[in-house]
Ligand binder design. Structure first.
Ligand code: EPU
Length: 338
C-alpha cells in the first residue's frame, strides 16, 4: 500500500477538472483496508473520499484529505437457483465492461444500463438508471466495510433504501461505508424493457436479446450524450425534478409542451433537460464550461474549465430555471469542496 502526497486527480475525474488530493492511494487488495484504517486512525483530522471511476463528482477545489481509489476487480459466478443467476463483482470493475461480460456469459438484465460511465462499486451509490431500468431491479446485495469499526456487512436491497438516483450510502451515511462488491440477481427468463420511445424505434422488427438491446442502448447514448474520453462530463448534471400535482397543473397550463411523468406518490416528475433547454442554455458556453450541444442536461468541460467555473455555470442554470418555472434543480453529481 503506497500513500502518495499531492496527487493529481485530473485524469481520475470524468469532467477532467484540475484538482489534487493531499494524500492518495489505491485499494487493490482487501487486506489493504486494515492497514488503511490504521493509517487513517493516525490522521483523524483528514477527510476521506472513496473514488470509483470519478464519473459522478465535481471537484470545485483540491481535496484536503485522503482519496482512496477502489480497484477490486474480482468476478464470480455464484450458484444460481431456478429463477436467477447470481454474479458477484468487485467494486473496482468498470461498469460497462462488466455489463458486456455478463452478456458474453449469456446473462441478461443489465443490457439497458450499457455504456454508463463509472464502476460497479459506484453504481449502488446513486442507483444508476437508464431507459426504464434501475440498478435496484437487478441487485441482490452489497458488501461493504464499515469504516468506523472495520466490520464487513452485507446489505440487502431493502437495506440500501434505493430511490431515484439515491441510496442510504449516498444520502444517509456518506463516507461511512466502503463498497467492496455487488451481487446481482439476473433473471433466467428476462422481460425486456423497451418502452422508452427512441429505444423501441431502434429495435423495431428485431428479434430481442440482451446483446441486441445493449447495442441499441449504446447507439442511443452515443447519439445523445458526450463520451467523457472526448469531452469532460459527468452525465446528467441535475436530477429530474419532482413537483406536486397542483404545481404540475399550473405549470402544464402555462407550458403545454412540458414533459411530465406521474409518480406513485401523486407528484409528477418533469424533465430537467427540457427546463434548461427552454431557458436557452442548450449548447451555451462560458469560457470552457458549458452544456452539451445535443443535450442540455449534460454539463461539459470543453478543455480547461476549472471546477469552480463549472459550478458557477451550474448556478446560473439553477437561477434561470428557478426564476422562469419556480423549480429548484438539484445537482446529481457529488460536489466536492463547493
Ligand atoms: N429534452 C429537451 N432538451 C434537451 C434534452 C432533453 O427538451 O436538451 C427533453 C426531451 O423532451 C426529452 C426529455 O427531455 O424527451 C427527456 O430526455 P432524455 O430522454 O434524454 O432523458 P433525461 O430525463 O434527460 C434521464 C437520465 C439519464 C438517462 C436517460 C434515459 C436523469 C437525471 N437522467 O435523462 O441518465 O440516460 O433518462 O433513461 O434521470 C445520468 O444519470 O447521468 C443519465 C445520463
Amino acid at each position: 500500500m503506497n500513500i502518495q502526497e499531492n496527487h493529481d486527480l485530473k485524469s481520475l475525474n470524468s469532467f477532467g477538472l484540475p484538482a489534487r488530493a493531499r494524500y492518495f492511494c489505491t485499494l487493490d487488495d482487501l487486506g489493504h483496508t486494515v492497514r488503511l484504517r490504521d493509517w487513517q486512525a493516525q490522521h483523524p483530522e483528514l477527510p476521506l473520499l472513496f473514488l470509483g471511476g470519478g464519473s459522478n463528482l465535481l471537484f470545485v477545489g483540491d481535496f484536503p484529505g485522503l482519496v482512496v481509489q477502489v480497484r477490486l476487480e474480482s468476478l464470480e459466478i455464484l450458484e444460481g437457483d431456478s429463477n436467477y443467476n447470481y454474479i458477484r463483482a468487485g467494486a473496482g470493475n468498470n461498469w460497462h465492461r462488466f455489463v458486456r461480460w455478463t452478456i458474453d456469459q449469456g446473462f441478461a438484465g443489465l443490457e439497458n444500463l450499457s455504456l454508463i460511465p463509472g464502476t460497479v462499486g459506484a453504481a449502488p451509490m446513486q442507483n444508476i438508471g437508464a431507459y426504464g431500468v434501475e440498478l435496484k431491479d437487478c441487485l441482490q446485495s452489497v458488501r461493504a466495510v464499515d469504516w468506523r469499526n472495520g466490520e464487513v456487512r452485507d446489505f440487502s436491497r431493502e437495506d440500501c433504501r434505493f430511490g431515484y438516483r439515491d441510496s442510504s450510502f449516498k444520502s444517509v451515511e456518506p463516507d461511512r461505508w466502503l463498497i467492496l462488491s455487488v451481487t446481482f440477481a439476473l433473471p433466467r427468463e428476462p422481460r425486456w424493457k423497451t418502452d422508452y420511445a427512441d429505444l423501441r424505434e431502434l429495435l423495431e422488427g428485431k428479434a430481442l436479446n440482451a446483446r441486441v438491446i445493449s447495442e441499441a442502448v449504446i447507439a442511443l447514448r452515443r447519439s445523445k450524450l458526450p463520451d467523457p474520453a472526448q469531452i469532460g462530463n459527468a452525465g446528467s448534471f441535475f436530477k429530474n425534478p419532482m413537483v406536486s400535482a397542483e404545481q404540475w397543473q399550473t405549470l402544464k397550463a402555462a407550458n403545454p409542451a412540458m414533459p411530465g411523468w406521474p409518480q406513485p406518490d401523486g407528484g409528477v416528475k418533469t424533465s430537467a433537460g427540457w427546463l434548461i433547454d427552454q431557458c436557452g442554455w442548450k449548447g451555451r458556453r462560458e469560457g470552457d464550461a458549458g452544456t452539451y450541444s445535443k443535450h442540455a442536461l449534460v454539463l461539459v468541460n470543453h478543455g480547461n474549465a476549472t471546477g469552480a467555473e463549472v459550478w458557477r455555470f451550474a448556478q446560473g442554470i439553477i437561477a434561470s430555471v428557478q426564476e422562469r418555472f419556480g423549480i429548484r434543480l438539484e445537482p446529481e453529481p457529488r460536489v466536492i469542496g463547493g
